[in-house]
Design a protein around this ligand. Structure first.
Ligand code: ADP
Length: 391
């Protein structure tokens, strides 16, 4: 049995057919530029990749074409082989501390949570609605990015904001990327053969977040009410004095939506260098661009600041794990961060650090006071496995 995992964005649908037992990705693909004048669909099964380049007016048409591609290129989904459809949902608010079987009331709840996840929930909902319509005989499961962080201690989840306002508007630290932090921290325990760990997970993709996990329980995370808070990201500011918003609202001609867009899409590495991809930032820095080198320093400084804070709040530190696009692939970034952590007795093995691999691995020296790990995240597999627990 397999699980179809769907991550529906505002103008895209990414999907993967996963074998939850072996962890294999049986088929995968994506629909891009939904609603634009030129659309793109790509479906891969085994050695075969098929692409379509016609406009995709909406999510419904996109998913219909994907289901056609499953029949044309394979594997067929009509033989009853899929046990569930697992949907990634970013914002579950205070209502979901684990996966949920989707019925109309869960759909309604995801809809009502849209003000807390305005960039994501409406897009997830569009995908959920068409998928339920097109695959009505299969159970659909929502897996929330926020669920792992529902267990944060109150002292970590609570903002020092007027209580009444916070309660009325459901303002607290919800975190995000929780499916990845949960999966990767579990893999780290497995790799080290220990459950009693004080660990930090650094999910460094285009979006980036850190979490502190003690004995399997999340005790801190850097993303907040929304994924905007915390680390420097591809296009997001991460931490910034909220008064910058008031200042811009009063003194610039930017509207509140334009400030939102500036903070969420035009800032971070993109704002500092013009590029949001870490590889491009390194290329610029290597070519002598001082702004790019400074952006890398700002990025690393923020990371190290969080690591220090988390070590202090956990009262110790056994392991730091790098994951996601830059975390898994960027050996120079890992080396520079490790160097900045010399105070903690961190020491990495340069040879191990430079190896490219899809395997979970320990790149620290035997003498290192903290294990430094690189563990590929696999949110699709985690969503597939969580979905299976409900069906
Ligand atoms: P997301 O899922 O958040 O879109 P990913 O986890 O796929 O992102 O990570 C994408 C990012 O990873 C890219 O923007 C790029 O900055 C970074 N990345 C990928 N490969 C490398 C690499 N070899 N070196 C440095 N950064 C990389």
């Amino acid at each position: 049995m397999s699980v179809l995992v769907i991550n529906s964005g505002s103008s895209s649908i990414k999907y993967q057919l996963v074998d939850p037992e072996s962890g294999a990705a049986i088929a995968s693909g994506l629909v891009e530029r939904i609603g634009e004048s030129s659309g793109h669909i790509e479906h891969t099964y085994g050695e075969v990749t098929k692409e379509l380049n016609d406009p995709v007016p909406d999510h419904g048409v996109g998913l219909e074409r994907v289901l056609d591609l499953f029949e044309e290129v394979g594997p067929s989904l009509t033989d009853g082989s899929i046990a569930a459809v697992g949907h990634r949902v970013v914002q579950g608010g205070k209502y979901f501390d684990g996966p949920a079987l989707i019925d109309d009331s869960v759909e309604d709840r995801i809809d009502k949570l849209s003000p807390l996840g305005p960039l994501h929930n409406p897009a997830h909902l569009a995908g959920i609605r068409v998928a339920r319509k097109l695959l009505p005989s299969v159970p659909h499961v929502a897996v929330f990015d926020t669920a792992f962080f529902q267990q944060l201690p109150d002292e970590a989840a609570t903002y020092a904001l007027d209580r009444e306002v916070a309660e009325k508007y459901e303002i607290r630290r919800y975190g995000a990327h929780g499916t990845s932090h949960h999966y990767v921290s579990g893999q780290a325990s497995k790799l080290l053969g220990r459950d009693d760990l004080k660990q930090i997970v650094l999910h460094l993709g285009n979006g980036a977040s850190a979490s502190a996990v003690v004995n399997g329980r999340a005790v801190e995370t850097s993303m907040g009410l929304t994924p905007l808070e915390g680390l420097v990201m591809g296009g997001r500011t991460g931490d910034i004095d909220p008064a910058v918003v008031f200042h811009l609202a009063r003194n610039s001609d930017l509207s509140i939506d334009e400030i939102d867009n500036l903070f969420n899409r035009q800032s971070g590495l993109k704002g500092l260098t013009g590029q949001n991809d870490m590889r491009e930032v390194w290329n610029l820095a290597d070519a002598g661009d001082a702004n790019a080198r400074e952006a890398l320093d700002v990025y690393e400084h923020r990371l190290v600041k969080y690591i220090g804070a988390y070590a202090a709040t956990m009262g110790g530190l056994d392991a730091i794990t790098f994951t996601a696009g830059a975390g898994e692939n960027d050996s120079r970034l890992r080396a520079e961060v490790a160097e900045r952590l010399a105070y903690f007795g961190v020491e990495i093995n340069d040879e191990k650090n430079s190896v490219r691999s899809k395997e979970a691995r320990d790149i620290s020296t035997p003498n290192s006071a903290v294990r430094i790990l690189v563990i590929p995240t696999n949110e699709e597999l985690a969503i597939a496995r969580q979905s299976m627990t409900l069906v």
